[in-house]
Design a protein around this ligand. Structure first.
Ligand SMILES: [Zn+2]
Length: 136
């Protein structure tokens, strides 16, 4: 017998509620106006952008529906947020997790590809910032 908390629909609703709560917090207290959000230690210590830098600003932009600003702040986080919401909606609609989440088997190769993509994203955005500084 499945308890209510074991239901994919209930778990997805809890996750969506948490995401909605976070969106409300980001909308009421935008990171561009409030400084209580944690700063990225990699950016603070090394002066370079990590793959997650600008992620909070991107999520705040998504919370107000500004896709362009979210993409400009952090394309990787914007894409990840979109792909995170899809399985939640699937679970709420059909009361089950998508097959790729129901039996998660992440291969080491997939992890290597994801880490490589994140590192390439970080390299590209730092190179872009460096070139922009040189052109000023
Ligand atoms: Zn960072």
């Amino acid at each position: 017998m499945m308890t209510p908390l074991e239901s994919p629909r209930v778990q997805a609703l809890i996750a969506l509620s948490a995401a909605a709560f976070a969106a409300v917090i980001l909308r009421v207290f935008p990171p561009s106006m409030y400084s209580f959000y944690p700063r990225c230690p990699i950016h603070e210590w090394f002066g370079v952008l990590c793959p997650g830098c600008g992620g909070t600003h991107a999520l705040a932009a998504l919370a107000v529906g500004d896709w362009r600003e979210a993409w400009r702040d952090n394309a990787l986080v914007t894409l990840s947020a979109v792909f995170a919401v899809f399985p939640l909606c699937f679970a709420v609609r059909w009361n089950r997790w998508p097959a790729f989440l129901a039996a998660p088997r992440v291969s080491p190769l997939a992890i290597r590809w994801a880490l490589t993509a994140a590192m390439l994203f970080a390299a590209a955005r730092n190179l872009d910032a460096h070139v922009a500084r040189m052109l000023r």
